[in-house]
Design a protein around this ligand. Structure first.
Ligand code: ACM
Length: 578
């Protein structure tokens, strides 16, 4: 993990007191997320200083996992583990094609370790399991030379319940820089999460560079103010006015670096461009994207310290950057060819930067008010024979899916409005095999996905998977809602044929600092990870809490994450991020 040097010094002092917890790990297998099956023996295996890891007979892709594991191990333990091409070694690896892509078996005996896997991902998770079974400074990446690194004798057979185990971060409402994104990726890898859903654009800020449209990441990445939480209003108010927020955007190099960093951790990055609604940042930069480019009923300066909606009901159409929560009526004009060109140009950039099967096109919360008032949208609606304005969204979605598929061989993901909207047109998008993110209302979204044979991801807004929500209404950061850990842990994903997994979703209207992001997301994201990886019969809330208290909290402390301690011990009356 990326740990600043000053933190290393700070935790080095505390590690000694962690050793008691750490060393007890050797006595029993206690893993988060809980593995499929474990049989424990009575012996143990102490890693030798010159541990060898055989890569004999492995493909280059699989062999590449060994030096990364050795480096992680060595940097935290002071051991000198090395990969070797010779067959005999302390850790041996065999390819077993019958094992699932992300699965593995691990045999730890007093004479060494034998791993079986079929793919690099499975081997990676076997190595992660070894790191996790060692004292918590190892997964935290904190050097401690004076421990005996001992593993309990055990046979482990493991494989995830779901192929999609995600974390979504909204970097539009508030921006989180590349280092913080990497810190979250480290955490995901520690808990075997494998999809980073990057919500890159919204009404409040555009964070993706698109060379043909440079103002997206200047004008479109600067807010006059940003949402007024107790905390950030204080931070942004200077000399009688709000200080500008931004411009904040990633560079192309940063994005490529993050994608590569995630790939080494077997995490696919799924970029989201939310459209045709939630597009005010782009419209602010390029007003022609709106149905009413000339509209400017409230001058920019007024919006600096006003609530636009309260001031003027028409300010939905000022094209000022949106600086409150909720939903703007100012959306893409889907009837304009130049808007479709813009969307295609954005999809081209996504296809270039993100090498995976899917791109996420949002599709949530798109009001049709603007289309109802637009002559050209009404004309298009008539030409298409639609009864309702929201049918235009289905048509728009189909255009993007078609383009992504024919031009780039990519598929789309989207929020459940794609299939639950009034006038959603499932038959025209179904051939593109979209993945549906079930957030609200989740029961209807899941049932409609399943009935139509559409893959879906479970991330209900209410019930613990929106992990920005405050804890029992106590936290001063995060959106109001019941974000209690036990709810997240016990709200099980549907046991559907087409449910491909779960996601912890993090919106940032009320969260603008890394420490608040971590405080709200943790430890609930760990509960989501266990929902995604562990079979229902392997889950046990009391055992999970014990693991959090005794092990995960130590690891999080050592690695410098600011988690919500009150979710693990008793909740104080007034919880505040530190
Ligand atoms: C959403 O929460 N608007 C997907």
């Amino acid at each position: 993990m990326n740990i600043p040097f000053r933190l290393l010094i700070a935790v080095a002092i505390s590690v000694a007191s962690c050793c008691v917890t750490a060393i007890t790990h050797a006595e029993r297998v206690s893993l988060t997320p809980a593995p499929l099956s474990v049989t424990e023996g009575s012996g143990s295996y102490t890693l030798p200083k010159g541990l060898t890891i055989s890569t004999a007979g492995l493909t280059p892709d699989m062999a590449a996992e060994a030096p990364r594991f050795a480096e992680a191990l060595n940097s935290a333990t002071g051991l000198n583990a090395t990969p070797t091409a010779s067959p005999g070694a302390d850790i041996t690896i065999s390819v077993d094609p019958s094992i699932a892509t992300e699965g593995y078996t691990l045999s730890i005996t007093p004479s060494g370790i034998a791993i079986n896997a079929s793919q690099p991902a499975g081997l990676f998770y076997a190595f992660q399991t070894i790191l996790k079974m060692l004292p918590p400074n190892v997964m935290a990446g904190v050097l401690e030379r004076d421990l005996a690194y001992t593993l309990p004798e055990a046979q482990i057979a493991d494989s995830p319940r779901f192929p999609y185990r995600g974390f979504m971060l909204d970097v539009s409402r508030h921006f989180f820089d590349a280092d913080q994104v990497k810190k979250m990726l480290d955490l995901m890898a520690a808990y075997k999460l494998n999809r980073f859903h990057w919500h890159l654009t919204d009404d409040q800020g555009w964070r993706l560079p698109v060379p043909k449209y440079p103002e997206l990441t200047t004008v479109g990445a600067t807010n006059q103010n940003i949402l007024r939480t107790n905390f950030d209003a204080q931070r942004r108010w200077r000399d009688g006015r709000f200080v500008e927020y931004g411009p904040y955007a990633y560079t192309t190099d940063e994005i490529r670096d993050i994608v590569a960093y995630a790939k080494e951790r077997h995490i696919e990055v799924i970029p989201e461009i939310d459209m045709p609604g939630h597009m005010v940042a782009a419209i602010h930069a390029y007003p022609y994207l709106s149905t009413d480019p000339e509209s400017s009923l409230v001058p920019d300066s007024v919006a600096m310290d006003s609530e636009p909606v309260a001031r003027n009901p028409y300010s939905h159409f000022t094209h000022n950057m949106w600086n409150i929560g909720g939903v703007s009526r100012d959306v893409l004009d889907v009837s304009k060819p130049e808007v479709m060109t813009f969307v295609q140009d954005v999809v081209d950039v996504l296809a270039d930067l993100f090498p995976y099967e899917y791109i996420h096109i949002g599709g949530d919360e798109c009001p049709t008010f603007a289309w109802a008032k637009s002559d050209s949208c009404q004309k298009l609606k008539k030409e298409l024979g639609l009864d309702d304005d929201s049918g235009l969204q289905a048509w728009f979605t189909k255009q993007i899916a078609e383009y992504a598929s024919t031009k780039h061989g990519r598929k789309i993901m989207g929020w459940n409005e794609l299939i639950t909207n009034h006038e959603a047109n499932i038959p025209i998008i179904k051939p593109y095999d979209p993945v549906i993110f079930c957030w609200y209302p989740p029961k209807q979204a899941v049932a409609t996905s399943e009935a139509n044979g559409l893959k879906h991801v479970y991330t209900p807004a209410n019930g613990g998977y929106y992990i920005n929500r405050s804890y029992k209404g106590h936290d001063k950061v995060g959106a109001v809602g019941d974000g209690a850990l036990d709810i997240t842990y016990t709200l099980n994903p549907p046991d559907n044929q087409h449910c491909i997994g779960v996601q912890g979703t993090f919106w940032t209207e009320q969260v603008d600092r890394p420490q608040d992001l971590e405080y709200q997301a943790l430890p609930r994201l760990i509960a989501v990870a266990e929902q995604g990886w562990s079979q229902p019969e392997r889950k046990d809330y009391n055992d999970f809490m014990k693991r959090l208290r005794e092990q995960e909290s130590v690891m999080l402390d050592l690695a410098g994450y600011n988690y919500g301690r009150h979710q693990i011990v008793a909740a104080p009356a007034d919880n505040t991020a530190q």
